[in-house]
Design a protein around this ligand. Structure first.
Ligand code: LHQ
Length: 255
């Protein structure tokens, strides 16, 4: 039975984790289906991706019932979580985490691996890991340090404190909090907006920010120059300039 649903609406692909009874806790099967969905999202016709959850959870992280299947934990992390986190980072298009509900443990790491986080006001965020004597894996130390700074990330991740969507917004962890009733509509509108943007420029911007985390200024200036030369070759750059001159809205194709 499918535990990850994949839908396509125009140039937006929506990936829904679909184990609502277990708050979309992650099993090896879910990882495999998520990976297949992320592979499908590489299709150039897809210009924005949404990852969300069915029911009242985004994801409660590792399925602790299925943890017996883990065996060698490091090998399991490499084969499942790492593959999908890296797939999200290497997707050359924006990935939105639409955090509809509970977001804990590696589910939180998964949301943080995405480019943008939108939260329902029904969502809440729980570190999870420390509650069971573990460290924040699946990028939990990497992304949360960048999003929150070391002091806040350390204190939160070692406290296991439940954060409301409003607090997550105040901390900059999510960019928007939306009433649960209008959440799906707002997510679709935001995804459509991103899908209509100049996709190559967005993909290059995503890569540059990832690289900036470990670059010197000199290296980064050089990368920007190369990326800008590439962006300046796109149809979207020509269209953007033409639209500006003609005082009209640009119609970007993503090429
Ligand atoms: C769950 C889970 C869950 C299974 C709720 N698994 N069923 C990587 C590699 C190797 C080892 C392990 O870990 C990792 C990475 C990780 O992700 S570690 C962190 C794992 N996650 C957690 O520790 C979170 C555990 N869950 C919770 O603390 C709570 O369920 C939260 C705070 C998420 C939600 O609380 P509530 O809203 O009160 O919901 P609930 O606890 O009543 O859960 C609803 C159902 O979902 C319940 O099932 P049941 O059959 O009793 O109705 C839970 O057992 C099930 N569920 N999380 N991770």
């Amino acid at each position: 039975m499918a535990e990850v649903e994949v839908g396509r609406d125009g140039d937006v692909q929506t990936i829904t984790l679909d184990r609502p009874d277990k708050l979309n806790a992650l099993t090896r099967g879910v990882h495999e289906e998520l990976h297949a969905a992320l592979e499908e999202a590489r299709d150039p016709a897809v210009r924005a991706v949404v990852i969300t959850g069915a029911g009242r959870g985004f994801s409660a992280g590792q399925d602790l019932g299925a943890f017996g299947e883990a065996g060698d934990v490091a090998a399991m992390l490499r084969a499942t979580y790492h593959v999908n986190v890296l797939a999200i980072r290497s997707l050359e298009k924006p990935v939105i985490a639409a955090v509809n509900g509970v977001c804990a443990g590696a589910g939180l790491s998964l949301a943080c691996a995405c480019d943008i986080r939108l939260a329902s006001d029904a969502a809440f965020f729980v570190p999870g890991f420390v509650g069971i004597g573990l460290i924040p894996d699946s990028g939990g130390t990497f992304f949360l340090q960048r999003l929150l700074g070391t002091a806040r990330a350390f204190e939160w991740m070692t406290s296991n404190r439940r954060l409301t969507a409003a607090e997550a917004h105040a901390w900059g962890l999510v960019s928007e909090v939306i009433e649960a009733d209008s959440f799906a509509g707002r997510v679709s509108a935001r995804a459509a907006e991103l899908a209509a943007a100049p996709t190559r420029a967005i993909a290059l911007t995503k890569r540059l920010y990832d690289e900036a985390a470990t670059s010197t200024l000199e290296e980064q200036l050089e990368r920007e120059a190369e990326a800008q030369a590439e962006a300046a070759q796109t149809n979207d750059f020509r269209e953007g300039v033409a639209a500006f001159r003609e005082k009209r809205e640009a119609r970007f194709s993503g090429r």
